[in-house]
Design a protein around this ligand. Structure first.
Ligand SMILES: Nc1ncnc2c1ncn2[C@@H]1O[C@H](COP(=O)(O)OP(=O)(O)OP(=O)(O)O)[C@@H](O)[C@H]1O
Length: 317
């Protein structure tokens, strides 16, 4: 199913949580919404789910307008950041609830067991949510949403409570299930790596607006404004005053585009972080600071020559 938002705005008293959002998500697409805290990501998902009345605009699922339809009639499944599990029901009962009356019980139990095994929670089927860790509860919520084989899957930071290893495997599982079943998925995160790993396309939000939209590769290589530059990528671009290159305005440079050891610029190393396969080096250029990837450890305090292989901008600011 496709999802379309036309000029959608949502105001809470004096806050514009969504400001004239236009969006078209295709059937089977994995669409990620990335943005800082408070940018409107959750509100956008809740609007699509029908949990939030909008101030202005229209919402369509396939070609049907659903703006005024209640959540139960929208055929979407949502996984919330805070799980929303039934506390007085066991994990298995939580998993069976969404398909009650729609699927035979033994068939549903089989599916519940299969999904719990995939998500590594099979040994907790008889436990209650309060007996589980945050990460385990999150995986139950994920399994529960998958029970219904939804046509549209809305996920709000569904992996935020998993540890680094679980995150990588759960991420792969979500992507596999999504791909196999061609589920249109809208996934909210503020994790750069997750966004780049999962998305067919990413929308970057700031202050209720979509500020850039494209494939992760497009956004990574063609940054359209300073906010996206300061936000997208791991690490994001270093934003510096173009003056040091005789350019007017702010420019952004990726750590992999800063070459250390040669060039016309001179800086001082202020910090070095070990990143596994390389080092992230912080270099001060007077009032500016840039981050650079480098293959070997360098010494803090050392002076170094540098140059930018490429940069983005200058942007009007
Ligand atoms: N029920 C509400 N009443 C009033 N203001 C709200 C309500 N829900 C959200 N807001 C405001 O709307 C804006 C967008 O909130 P939203 O939860 O969509 O952001 P978010 O990007 O999901 O943030 P986070 O990453 O922190 O979850 C924020 O300024 C928030 O304070």
């Amino acid at each position: 199913m496709s999802v379309r938002l036309k000029s959608v705005s949502k105001e809470y008293r004096n806050i514009k949580a969504l400001d004239n959002v236009n969006l078209e998500i295709s059937k089977g697409e994995f669409f990620v919404i990335l943005g800082p805290s408070g940018s409107g990501k959750t509100t956008l998902l809740r609007v699509i789910a029908g949990l939030e009345e909008i101030t202005q605009g229209n919402v369509f699922i396939d070609d049907d307008e659903v703006t005024k339809l209640p959540p139960s009639r929208r055929k979407v499944a949502m996984v919330f950041q805070n799980y929303a599990l039934y506390p007085h029901k066991s994990v298995l009962e939580n998993l069976l609830m969404p398909v009650e009356g729609e699927m035979k019980r033994d068939e549903a139990s089989k599916l519940a067991k299969h999904l719990s095994t995939l998500l590594g929670i099979q040994e907790y089927l008889t436990s209650y949510p309060s007996e589980l860790s945050g990460g385990q509860q999150q995986r139950v919520a994920l399994a529960r949403a998958l029970m219904k084989n939804p046509k549209v899957f809305l996920m709000d930071e569904p992996l935020s409570n998993l540890d680094a290893i679980q995150r990588v495997s759960a991420r792969k599982l979500i992507k596999d299930i999504q791909r196999q079943n061609q589920i249109t998925t809208i996934y909210v995160t503020h994790d750069q790596v997750e966004a780049m790993a999962l998305a067919d396309r990413v929308a970057i939000m700031n202050k209720g607006k979509i500020v850039q939209l494209g494939t992760p590769e497009e956004i990574y290589s063609k940054v359209e404004d300073e906010f996206v530059a300061s936000f997208f990528g791991n690490p994001p671009m270093s934003i510096i005053n173009g003056r040091i290159l005789d350019i007017q305005g702010q420019i952004g440079v990726r750590a992999e585009d800063v070459e250390l050891g040669q060039g016309e610029l001179r800086g001082r190393i202020t910090d070095v972080e070990f990143w596994g396969d390389r080092y992230l080096v912080y270099v001060s250029l007077g009032e500016e600071e840039v981050r650079a990837f480098h293959p070997v450890r360098l010494n803090v305090g050392e002076e170094i020559k540098l140059r930018f292989r490429k940069f983005s901008g200058p942007w009007k600011s």
